[in-house]
Ligand binder design. Sequence first.
Ligand SMILES: Cc1cc2nc3c(=O)[nH]c(=O)nc-3n(C[C@H](O)[C@H](O)[C@H](O)COP(=O)(O)OP(=O)(O)OC[C@H]3O[C@@H](n4cnc5c(N)ncnc54)[C@H](O)[C@@H]3O)c2cc1C
Length: 421
Amino acid sequence: MSQHHPIIVIGGGAAGIIAAWKAASHGARVLLLERNNKLGIKLLISGGGKCNITHAGPMEEVRAAFVPHEARFLKPSFYKFSNDDIVRMMEDAGVTTYIRPNGRVFPVSGNADDVVNALAGYLKKAGVEVRVKARASEVLRREDSVRGLRIGNETMDSEHIIIATGGSSYPKTGTTGDGFEWARALGHTIVPVRPALAPIGVEPKLLSDWRGVALRGGCLMVFADGRKLTEWRDDILFSHEGITGPAALEVSRVAAEAMQSHDVELRFDFFPQKNFNQVDDELNRLVLSKRDRMISSLLESWLPNRLVPAVLQSVGVDAAKRGHVLTREERRKIVQLLKDWKLGNVSAINIERGEVTAGGVALDEVDPKSMRSRKVKGLYLCGEVLDIAGPVGGYNLQAAFSTGFVAGETAATDWLASQSD
Ligand SMILES: Cc1cc2nc3c(=O)[nH]c(=O)nc-3n(C[C@H](O)[C@H](O)[C@H](O)COP(=O)(O)OP(=O)(O)OC[C@H]3O[C@@H](n4cnc5c(N)ncnc54)[C@H](O)[C@@H]3O)c2cc1C
């Protein structure tokens, strides 16, 4: 005999936990299924284990960080469950938070465990039944409505199912894109899934002795066919495959999309706040003030030491040359490189290593005010399984919390309405 559950939430991450809690706090009996042996594994690794739970500021500004169609979709849920709401939930559970100068909100303890434990406490208080090591394998439908799901050989009946299975990045954390497959089988369009917030492989391989070198305060630019597609001012870090760090993660989504049909080139401006002539004047002043110093040692005051030989070599300037014999032409070549350093072409961006997945269930097939599927009755979708991918900074968890809140509330309301029918 299969068991009946009024509401089942599949996926015990940020979106699923909030959805289950919200639905149960309306009085519904809720079962939360998680395939891992504990809840919130991705929450635990987020923000480098410190968990950047949200982004501070007016919700209109938080929303504006998303690409326009995602921002439009998120509006109703962001106003129903805001950054202040998740912070209040944390504080009420004894997890004090603080805001970094860049707007990112973290628990003071710097420990993501505290966030997950607080959320688990809410589930317990609301009476949610949590089943771990429970991987759903199929969502079942009867005509235009959901009727239950399968876990291996077991069938569970339910007329209200919330899919909160996340994306398909970091598959070892349990997110292997199961929700995409079910949603597709149930008639939803899946916007092609692509990496976002991922490290970028560069070809030709960057010098291995640059590994670990960080470039701070510059601007990373993405070009295709000589046209600049995007840029991001922040740090980059050289890795064994290419580059990572905040600027690389931020541009990775655009680069991954463009590389489907173009050769994509990465360039770097060391001094984005200054134009060519300003940098040239400064270098000239530096050279004149220390005329007997080698150009390599002068540049070491501007760039990480390990990069200087390569920079000089690629513009054909002898590193041992003294300032007073450096020609104007050579100086301008150095400046040209500092303003527009061609790092190489993008060779690979792996979805597995992205912090989020771009693409997913098409947003026009889900009602943003309720998270109800427009295709199947009794189905609700929330979190990263949707075609939403925000930037670094707490935006993605906020999107998961807000959409999860709305999905839980709607499922409970629909279930209550079905009881009085
Ligand atoms: C390394 C890293 C760092 C990050 N740092 C931040 C950060 O600091 N701030 C921020 O805002 N965002 C961050 N993110 C992104 C953020 O973690 C996600 O966007 C967010 O967790 C998505 O929430 P979700 O609930 O939709 O999905 P998830 O949190 O991924 O949860 C989905 C859950 O569903 C479960 N599941 C999947 N399939 C099944 C199935 N068939 N049956 C049962 N259960 C299933 C999974 O095991 C998983 O637990 C980071 C991501 C990564 C990978």
